[in-house]
Design a protein around this ligand. Structure first.
Ligand code: F6R
Length: 610
């Protein structure tokens, strides 16, 4: 989720690029950089922090007619100056900007190092600069060198490359990360999204996967990576800037909900070993023994991340058979928590900056136990202060209500479960393979839910005036009930409570009447029969029932009017699907009630105060 801009033409490239990067900052903003080519020499300026800082550094530079710039959302290596893009080869004659993840970067780095290349950064991107350098020395043609280099690469990329030896061309290529070319009058641009181009042109060519573009001031030639020409008509953009930044969605929250097929895929990317039925996570490699041999896990988090932790407890105890305690970070830090040798503490945080989680992990470290992170923002304080960790790779989450980070946290907790369970031999290789296969199917199943939202919108319309809601689930879907209730409270300001469905009889059942909708998660899993009885108990008291169920559930059809169907999956993975209709329900309720979805009252995206 980085922002990319390239320019060639008669204007001051630096100004055009910096202005474009500012428009892309919502895609990532932890560092920024620019490479400008003048008289066969490339000058690179980079800085941690926002584009405005870069802007100050480059103001007053001599104008250039060609250049590339980048605003970064770190995935590998912390956000400092060396890790900022553009990256250069050994000679400084090739510069590259990249959005995506190069999965085989470590093996490529080893190979390139043995060929004499020296690396400056910890990023996956830098290997591309050296790989292109390697092929450039043989071909002396930038387009060909890029094409040959990309044949060796696994992963995703949107790249733009500049060579001092070819000062009149930009070479771009894409696989899995968006890129579009803006067609101007004696100038052309390229960017990761249209908001960076629209001030200069509305005529664009969208690049497709496995395509390479050679862009000069007056010409654009498009080919596939097999060197065959591709013909594509330009499109004329008519939408406004705000719409573009939100990818055409009305709100960032809806955009982020819709990104989940991709973000869950990104959490799994490069971490599944299909034929062994196990997972691998680079960030945990060195501490794997400690994790596998731990006597207990203690997971610390707040809010939505705490709900993810609770799901983790169900999964890890069931499969890896490891005792798991989940604690609110804010409670843990003010108790006198007992941590003993053999305990492993995990801190889960989207932002990596939540003060309570940070303070709790510091408390745990002081007591001498290892602390590992499950974090989204690379280089954040929690990421830096933990002994090791896994990034969830969900990209920037801008909507205040967390959505895609939650499903990516669940994806990573499942990866950890798979690793520990296989290594502790609490599941067989066959069971591991079954989990891996189902993990591969999840993005498609999420897409299926997202393609059928009309019914959820209609339910929101029917219940938008309700004053209270109850969310009920059992087992691994009990924390999802908590998460559904939290989402509704946060953005639509309707009071909602989440409960384990059986616990309802111990009090909340007193609240049930025809004005109290109850949302059940009732999937065909180990708790199915029990939860059906709980639904009957609510129905008997005239409660309105909305059920998240598996497809074609005849028994439920007799019990409930509102059934939102989701595809079947393994029980341990089911929260990744069952939460999505609940995110959408809260979203549509909030919109219909006229609430500010992306910035709900009284809330902040990351809580850095006590
Ligand atoms: C809810 C929400 C919050 C966060 C909580 C922890 O939608 O966003 O409850 O989950 O503030 O934040 P992180 O995960 O950044 O530590």
């Amino acid at each position: 989720m980085c922002g990319i801009v390239g320019y060639i033409g008669d204007k001051d490239a630096c100004k055009v690029i910096v202005e474009g990067l500012k428009r892309l900052e919502y895609r990532g903003y932890d560092s920024a950089g620019i490479a400008l080519l003048r008289e066969k020499h490339i000058d690179v300026t980079k800085t941690p922090g926002k584009v405005s800082k870069l802007e100050k550094m480059v103001s007053g530079l001599r104008p250039a007619k060609i250049g590339i710039g980048h605003t970064r959302w770190a995935t590998h290596g912390e956000p400092n100056t060396v890790n900022a893009h553009p990256h250069t080869d050994c000679s400084g004659n090739i510069a590259i900007i990249h959005n995506g993840i190069i999965e085989n970067h470590s093996s490529l780095k080893t190979k390139l190092t043995s060929l004499g290349h020296t690396f400056k950064s910890q990023t996956d991107t830098e290997v591309l600069a050296h790989l292109i350098e390697e092929f450039y020395s043989r071909t002396e043609n930038l387009e060909m060198a890029v094409r040959l280099a990309l044949k060796d690469v696994n992963g995703t990329f949107g790249i733009v490359v500049l060579s001092a030896a070819e000062p009149d061309v930009l070479v771009a290529a894409r696989r899995g990360s968006p890129l579009l070319i803006g067609l101007g009058d004696s100038e052309n641009l390229i960017a990761s999204d249209a908001s960076a181009l629209i001030r200069h042109t509305r005529d664009v060519i969208y690049m497709h996967d496995n395509e390479i573009a050679v862009i000069t001031r007056t010409n654009v030639s498009l080919k596939n990576l097999d060197d065959e020409a591709v013909e594509r008509e330009a499109e004329h953009l008519t939408f406004d800037l705000e719409q573009i930044e939100k990818g055409g969605f009305a709100h960032f929250m809806l955009k982020e909900i819709n990104e989940q097929p991709e973000t869950v895929l990104n959490a799994f990317r490069g971490r599944l070993i299909d034929d062994e039925g196990v997972s691998k996570m680079g960030g945990l490699r060195e501490v794997e023994e400690k994790i596998v041999n731990a006597r207990r896990f203690v997971i610390l988090a707040c809010g939505t991340s705490w709900h993810a932790a609770l799901v983790g407890k169900y999964i890890l105890e069931q499969y890896a058979q490891i005792p798991v305690e989940v604690d609110y970070a804010s409670e843990f830090r003010y108790r006198n928590p007992v941590l003993v040798e053999g305990d492993v503490v995990w801190a889960i945080s989207q932002s990596g900056e939540t003060l309570d989680t940070l303070a709790a992990l510091r408390e745990a470290r002081q007591r001498g136990v290892p602390v590992y992170g499950i974090v989204n923002v690379v280089g954040s304080t929690i990421a830096r202060e933990t002994d090791a960790g896994v990034y969830i790779h969900a990209g920037p989450e801008i909507g205040v209500a967390s959505t895609k980070a939650f499903t990516s946290q669940l994806a990573v907790l499942n990866l950890i479960n798979l690793l520990v369970a296989r290594r502790r031999k609490t599941i067989t290789a066959e069971q591991g393979k079954e989990i891996v296969e189902e993990m591969h199917r999840l993005p498609g199943k999420i897409r299926q839910i997202l393609d059928n939202t009309a019914q959820i919108e209609a339910i929101a319309e029917e219940f938008k005036e309700s004053r209270n809601f109850l969310y009920l689930g059992r087992g691994v879907n009990f924390p999802v009930a908590l998460e559904g209730a939290l989402k509704l409270k946060e953005i639509s300001y309707i009071h909602a409570e989440g409960y384990p469905a059986a616990e309802m009889k111990h009090g909340p059942i007193a609240l049930i009447d025809e004005n109290m909708p109850a949302v059940f998660i009732a999937l065909r899993d180990s708790t199915y029969d029990k939860i059906l009885s709980n639904i009957q108990e609510v129905r008997a008291r005239k409660g309105n029932v909305i059920v998240i169920a598996n497809e074609a559930d005849g028994r439920l059809k007799e019990l409930a009017e509102h059934i939102i169907e989701i595809p079947e999956t393994l029980e341990i993975l089911s929260p990744i699907l069952s939460v999505i209709p609940l995110q959408l329900l809260s979203y549509y309720m909030a919109v219909k009630r006229g609430c500010n979805v992306d910035q709900p009252r009284n809330l902040a995206k990351s809580v850095t105060v006590e």
